[in-house]
Design a protein around this ligand. Structure first.
Ligand code: HEM
Length: 417
């Protein structure tokens, strides 16, 4: 029924045809192989009940950007920016240039409308997902610049301080965010570059993050990838096909508050530095104890194969539980977190090295949940996680991700209605 309600793409621009079950957009364009050669979907619909880039099978590459809205624009200026971003995103995700003018349509007097580096590349599974930070609803001084204070979701607040946080303000927060995921890094970067350019004078980049090698699978059709600790990551993640869990744990329901966020979600971003030089000196047995899973197969230490449910009661010959009480898997598991889960969609990062010659590497953790409470509960439980000795959370942000739109609407329109 969704197909009748929502268009499959910008007028005349859709390469893909929406064919997914209940909002799980699975669009395939035939022919065009993506540049990474992974053979994944080439174009996903931009329009739909939910924004793309959440239950969409996680692509290989990420460019994530957080923006501060300029003090010089008002409510109409903000709406204008969201309209322009929507128009561009609808085209870019279909493998088109940012606007009709294109990359070679400039004149002697004006730069080209599109920066050009994705010219000739296919859509490469590009999804562009927009989010609204707490600052949009009132700035640091409590000033309600856009007349949105009354519409702020009650739980959309900067995350509380967690044990061990070493947050850097320049890597945290933001009024707006854009998550661009694609199977070709050039395509993801092209999207953020052009959307930043469109925002010039209206919103400026506050921080941004490149990611590679998705650290989650969000569909049962995908192999579980590995994070930079070398462990399979995403085994017990919520998968698009688990539609009951997706509705229960990921999407804001129409009966939730506020109504404008129905069909949306809350996005948490954490830049987690991994002290991999120390980790690499840890014995395999200890690494597996800290995670609670086998490094090779991804099976829980209580036995079985990758997708066997962990048995937290099972004991070894010494009488100790096979899965350590302070292991990551135990502390993150829904059984100790009131049944709370989340859809994880993070990426590995390596951003050069620090002054001590250690790689500035880690996990750019992204999770989507129906309420920030889900992340907060699990992250508090992880205070006892033995992995923390090898981790440092240096960036943090939270955004309300509005639901999807139809062709002709702009992203987040329900917030301004
Ligand atoms: C599971 C690694 C941070 C929440 C896992 C697994 C690994 C892993 C290897 C097991 C495989 C799987 O089910 O995906 C890491 C690493 C982290 C990290 C290396 C930091 C760099 C976090 C954070 C959260 C989190 C910050 C949320 C606050 C979860 C959850 C599970 C999980 C909910 C599934 C537990 C289950 O139901 O079995 N993680 N994780 N992780 N992690 Fe993390």
């Amino acid at each position: 029924h969704l197909l009748g309600l929502f268009g499959a793409g910008a007028a005349g621009a859709a390469v893909g045809v929406a064919a997914g079950a209940a909002g799980v957009g699975v669009a395939m364009s035939t022919g065009a192989a993506n540049a990474s050669g992974s053979g994944a979907a080439s174009a996903y619909p931009f329009y739909g009940e939910h924004q793309a880039g959440i239950v969409t099978p996680a692509q290989d590459r990420l460019h994530f950007a957080a923006f501060d809205v300029s003090t010089t624009i008002d409510r109409d200026g903000l709406i204008g920016l969201l309209r322009d971003w929507t128009d561009a995103a609808a085209r870019l995700t279909q493998g088109l240039e940012v606007s009709e003018g294109g990359a070679v349509g400039g004149s002697d007097y004006a730069p080209p409308a599109d920066t050009g580096e994705a010219l000739g590349l296919p859509a490469s599974g590009l999804t562009i997902t927009f989010g609204f930070g707490p600052g949009l609803f009132a700035d640091a001084d409590g000033v309600d610049r856009f007349g949105l204070a009354a519409r702020r979701p009650a739980s959309l607040e900067p995350l509380p301080r967690f044990q061990g946080d070493a947050l850097q303000p320049e890597r945290s927060g933001g009024d707006l965010c854009i998550q661009a995921c694609a199977d070709d890094p050039q395509v993801a970067v092209h999207a953020i570059r052009n959307l930043s350019r469109i925002a010039f004078g209206r919103a400026s980049l506050r921080w941004s993050q490149l990611g590679f090698g998705r650290t989650s699978s969000t569909s049962t059709t995908q192999q579980t990838p590995r994070n930079l600790f070398g462990f399979k990551d995403g085994t017990a993640n919520i998968k698009a096909e688990e539609t009951a869990d997706v509705s229960e744990q990921v999407w804001v329901a129409a009966s939730d508050e506020p109504a404008w966020l129905a069909g949306g979600s809350y996005l948490v971003a954490r830049r987690i530095r991994m002290i991999i030089e120390n980790w690499d000196r840890v014995q395999l047995g200890e690494q597996e104890m800290l995670v609670g899973r086998s490094k090779g197969s991804g099976a829980p230490m209580s036995g079985g194969t990758e997708f066997t449910e962990p048995d937290f009661e099972a004991e070894g010959p010494t009488g100790a539980t096979l899965i350590d009480t302070n292991s990551h898997v135990k502390l993150a598991h829904p059984t100790v977190n009131g049944g709370m889960r989340m859809l994880r969609r993070g990426y590995n990062f390596v951003d050069g090295n620090d002054e001590l010659g250690r790689l500035d590497a880690g996990l750019f953790f992204l999770s989507f949940q129906r309420s920030p409470e889900q992340f907060i509960t699990v992250q508090r439980s992880l205070a006892a996680d033995g992995l923390n000795e090898y981790l440092k959370h240096v960036g943090s942000a939270i955004f309300a991700v509005p639901g999807g739109i139809r062709s002709g609407e702009y992203v987040g329109q329900a917030l301004f209605a």
